[in-house]
Design a protein around this ligand. Structure first.
Ligand code: UDP
Ligand code: MG
Length: 320
């Protein structure tokens, strides 16, 4: 099978028939064999009914329609995770269900993966049809930060329209809300040939956007998490130990200052400041306790990892 199209959706019933019809038309024109996997993320509207209809009406050997229905709403990452698990095509395309992404991009994305040898190609909504203040401008800031942190030069990391080689999606694990950072997940897994294609973007025709402004707060926090996991996930002591040592060291200097001040005053016969009122005393206590706690956190994190079933999971590219 050439292509798997994965469509995560939450309450998008009105868009689905048109979306499917459009995908099918593009596939037919280009003679692709394909499957469309609709992942219904706990919709409360008629989405699942529409998907069942599409499945029973259109599914055949060359054009497979599949549906996965969650019992409740888990989020876009969860939907993509299950879609990736189910996918079978050589090239996997993800696409939003709201008709904002154009299926006309599929042939070129397919070509970039197959012929140009990209592991992953991300769409870039260069001209974007969303609200300027709640989406476009925050998104520019967000992408600038993401570029700095991840080192991947993409303009639109969170674009819903992306293409992957099959083994990329089988070897990364999208979790919590990490769908925003799939290129980074791929890079961390060793799939470094990441490309970008300018894609058409369209206005939402039906329904409403499922993500509010809180996505930027969560997005930044997730970026920190994923950066930390990548850098120290396998050796947390390298982080906690370093910061802990630094704190402990500052505390130790403060102790020396406290003792030094006392001795100096005594040896010169002047009135010595009480240790308990010396500001350095408080700094010393605080820093040394914090230092110890960070060390403890580091040891605990190491213990947790020791017990993780994936502590020795490595992606092997080839063996001879
Ligand atoms: N989506 C989903 N689960 C959710 C939220 C969204 O599967 O909990 C889907 C949604 O139906 C759409 C895609 O993710 O197909 C992108 O969502 P949306 O269009 O609301 O995002 P925007 O384009 O506004 O950034
Ligand atoms: Mg949308």
């Amino acid at each position: 099978m050439d292509i798997s199209v994965i469509v995560p959706l939450y309450n998008e019933a009105e868009s689905l028939p048109k979306l499917y019809e459009w995908i099918a038309r593009v596939m037919k024109e280009n003679h692709f064999s394909y499957e469309v996997i609709f992942v219904n993320d706990g919709s409360t509207d008629d989405s699942w009914k529409v998907i069942s209809n599409l499945q029973s009406t259109f599914s055949n050997d060359d054009a497979v329609v599949r549906g996965i229905c969650f019992r409740r709403n888990y989020g876009k990452s969860a939907a993509l995770y299950c879609g990736f698990k189910a996918a079978q095509g050589d090239v996997v395309i993800t696409m939003d269900a709201d008709l904002q992404d154009s299926p006309d991009e599929i042939p070129e994305l397919y070509r970039m993966i197959k012929e140009d040898g990209f592991d992953l190609v991300s769409g870039w909504k260069q001209k974007r049809y969303d609200n300027k203040f709640t989406k476009n401008i925050p998104s520019k800031l967000f992408n600038a930060t993401a570029r700095k942190v991840t080192g991947i030069k993409l303009h639109d990391m969170n674009c819903g329209l992306k293409a992957y080689r099959l083994d990329v999606v089988k070897n990364i694990e999208v979790f919590s809300e990490m769908h925003r950072y799939i290129p980074y997940l791929a890079k961390n897994a060793g799939f470094t040939k990441i490309g970008e294609k300018v894609v058409q973007h369209r206005k939402r025709e039906f329904g409403t956007s499922k993500f509010g402004l809180n996505r930027f707060v969560n997005g930044y926090l997730d970026l920190m998490t994923i950066w930390f996991l990548n850098k120290f996930g396998k050796q947390p002591m390298h982080f906690f130990g370093l910061v802990g040592t630094l704190m402990f060291f500052i505390g130790f200097i403060a102790v020396l200052v406290v003792g030094g001040m006392k001795l100096y005053a005594l040896s010169h016969g002047t009135q010595a400041m009480l240790v308990g009122v010396n500001p350095y005393f408080h700094i010393a206590i605080l820093m040394m306790i914090l230092g110890c706690m960070l060390f403890l956190a580091g040891f605990l994190a190491e213990l947790v990892i020791r017990n993780s079933p994936s502590r020795n999971d490595y992606l092997i590219k080839e063996e001879i």
